[in-house]
Design a protein around this ligand. Structure first.
Ligand code: SF4
Length: 419
């Protein structure tokens, strides 16, 4: 949009056209997206907007219904068509009432270098290395919404990383629905380790972080990359979802309890000091008290550094929707609460052990006085993990600092700069 002469703002008030970028992965996400569309539609009816564009996954799932339900929507743009956002905005402004759809562009659009503006601050950015997923977990709508996995070419990713580094980006978080499978559609086998090596040569990128790995697709090559690439943060995001063999089979996760334990222990033992994040889902159909206790016991034993827990959401058009033994909502919530309570204890004791230690942080934001700021260690990913609150003199966002940890709470650390 910036390249097409638009100024962007995160506020709808005062804008000519609103783009509602949507997620439709869960019922709750669709509800939230529709609430935003309703708000924008109301603003448009009252003359506060000239155009309304809906982008992202909701148009991919509900292409017909969106125009029917929201007469104020001028254009829709699918998840693989984001280079058409500016065209959609222009159409909404110049041809009001003519409803335009940009849906289903070819994969080549996914593969090539995308011009982009960084929306995450000036020193950290996400790098999307692939789009779509072939894993077919029984509860998940993503393959239906986003299609099969399409990896971007290594060249386009290195070019994009170089462009970002020139704009001042120092940390890259690699994302995809399954980063560990990167390249399987290009040369018939995963090529993440090679991609990491190539990206590490991009001048100016000091930290690279791997998000959304799949436990079934970790390889020795990826583990070796941690030893050979100093820029690769000692951080692994490995969503396990569950540990009960029965539940994993019903989830179609391509893992078993023993394969999960094997890979997680190998990651911890071959990459000393690594922080491991996981995600688990409670209340999946067939998860009885016995299976849940198995999960709780494993979390207590393995003590993940970071954990996200979610309740299973019964989504239409998924295999899991038709499974028997659905778990009542009240039970799901109670299990979620038990898991979060446990993780708070683990996180607190892990943070307590860091008091008195020196850590390196990347400063994300600084108060006007430049004496207080917030940063992250290599073991803390942006937006999802805890942070380090730091005090010192002359702090600048985007700088790396050595910090002495002096305090903690469940999720965050507190410290002062070391001169
Ligand atoms: S790996 Fe992730 S995105 Fe792919 S089907 Fe499973 S849950 Fe969905």
């Amino acid at each position: 949009m910036a390249g097409h002469g638009f100024n962007t703002s995160s506020e709808m008030q005062g804008a000519d056209v609103a783009v509602v970028n949507t997620c439709s992965f869960l019922d709750s996400a669709r509800e939230e997206a529709e609430q935003w569309i309703r708000d924008a539609a109301r603003l448009k009816r009252n003359g506060g907007l000239k155009g309304l564009v809906v982008a992202g996954c909701l148009p991919a799932l509900e292409r017909n219904r969106l125009f029917e339900d929201f007469p104020e929507v001028d254009a829709i743009v699918g998840p693989r068509d984001r280079l058409k956002i500016a065209d959609a905005c222009r159409a909404a402004l110049e041809k009001p009432g003519r409803r335009v759809s940009f849906l289903g562009s070819s994969d080549s659009l996914v593969r090539r270098l995308h011009p982009r503006a960084v929306s995450t601050g000036r020193h950290t950015a996400y790098l999307k290395i692939a789009e779509g997923c072939n894993n077919g977990c029984s509860y998940c709508l993503i393959p239906r919404i986003r299609g099969d996995m399409v990896s971007r070419s290594m060249k386009s990713l290195v070019d994009e990383a170089s462009l970002l580094a020139k704009c001042g980006i120092r940390e890259l978080s690699l994302i995809a629905q399954d980063t560990t499978n990167y390249g399987v559609d290009l040369r018939g086998r995963p090529r993440l380790a090679l991609l990491l090596k190539r990206l590490s040569r991009v001048e100016g990128i000091d930290w690279m972080r791997l998000l959304y790995t799949h436990p079934a697709h970790w390889s020795d090559e990826i583990m070796d990359a941690f030893a050979g690439i100093p820029e690769l943060c000692k951080y692994a995001d490995v969503p396990i979802q569950h540990v009960s063999d029965r539940v994993l089979r019903l989830m179609r996760r391509r893992t078993t309890q023993s394969s999960l334990i094997g890979i997680l222990e190998k990651i911890r033992s071959t990459i000393p000091g690594i922080s491991i994040r996981t995600t688990v889902m409670v209340g999946f159909p067939g998860e009885g008290e016995r299976e849940f206790t198995e999960l709780l016991g494993f979390l207590k034993y393995f003590r993940f550094d970071h954990l996200g827990a979610f309740v299973y959401s019964r989504e239409e058009n998924t295999v899991a929707m038709r499974l028997p033994h659905q778990v009542p909502e009240k039970v799901k919530e109670e299990r979620l609460h038990r898991i979060m309570e446990l993780q708070q204890e683990i996180s607190r004791s892990r943070n307590a052990a860091l008091v008195g230690r020196e850590v390196t942080i990347l400063v994300d934001s600084v108060e006007a006085s430049a004496t207080r700021g917030v940063g992250r260690t290599e073991g803390q990913a942006p937006e999802i993990d805890g942070v380090v609150h730091v005090s010192g003199a002359g702090l600048r966002s985007g700088q790396f600092l050595r910090v002495l940890v002096e305090g903690f709470n469940e999720y965050d650390l507190f410290g002062k700069t070391l001169s």
